[in-house]
Design a protein around this ligand. Sequence first.
Ligand SMILES: NC(=O)C[C@H](N)C(=O)O
Length: 322
Amino acid sequence: MKKILILHTGGTISMYEDKRSGEVKPSGTNPLLESAQAAGHLADLIVEEPFQLPSPHITPREMLMLKERIEHHLEKNGIDGAVITHGTDTLEETAYFLDLTVDTDIPIVVTGAMRSSNEIGSDGLYNFIAAVRTAVHDEARDKGVLVVLNDEIHSAKNVTKTHTSNVSTFQSPQYGPIGIITKKAILFHHQPIGRKKIPVNALSKRVELLKAYAGMDASLFFALGEMKIDGLVIEALGQGNLPPQVLPGIRKLLEEGIPIVLVSRCFNGTVEDVYQYEGGGAQLKRMGIIFSNGLNGQKARIQLMLALERTKDPEKIKEFFQ
Ligand SMILES: NC(=O)C[C@H](N)C(=O)O
């Protein structure tokens, strides 16, 4: 049997619903620790719970800890795969962080649940078993970090949480899943492309994320300048445009050497230097803003944090986003 590392980290998958109030909360004991025996026939499981946190409490520090646990077990125990259970709110960020930082071809599968462990139709144990089945599958190797929920396999780079409560919340807009899970089979139908690695051993950079909106002005950008940030990601409008009133704030950040990465607040399509008006993409690109395609704002932020650990050179940072 293959040796699979299980890292439980918290989230709804390990929570209970209070039957009187309907509120969902951590219980102290993770229900998956017992029910996980249900996956014992699939693999030799090494089970750890490095922390138990709702995923809005997770920071890049915990992401780094998970990377270190996986690397430790790769070296010490020669694991064949890893499954991480995680809250769904920030699951895509942890998945993409591990995708960029763990240098291995073993399957790393992240899963979670939308319904807590004692709710009717609870999806936690089901998703967990599906994740272990995926992790032991030979074809799951060398595909980067995978996100498995609701019988679908997504790549960490493309997947995002699209619905606040539906069990089919995890989708890869524009690309779709790379595989499906049936009662008897794990079927991969796409191969992820354009994967990259940014090895880091520490995290020290402050990178902020702003979403553009109609009528936005420069004040938030000036405030960020005061905060001594190391980098900024902007979710711009449409094809990569911003209201002209923000330009003085952006100019100031760029003059101070703060790299600015631009993605779109639309979740389909690309950002390009198309529009020539004040605040249009063509002008923003000429100013030195880095255009990023294929990542949403929260994942571009993770990537910029990691890139800044490697270099401050704007040209090299640009390369990380190409
Ligand atoms: N479904 C979930 O896991 C959501 C929960 N708020 C979390 O991210 O921890």
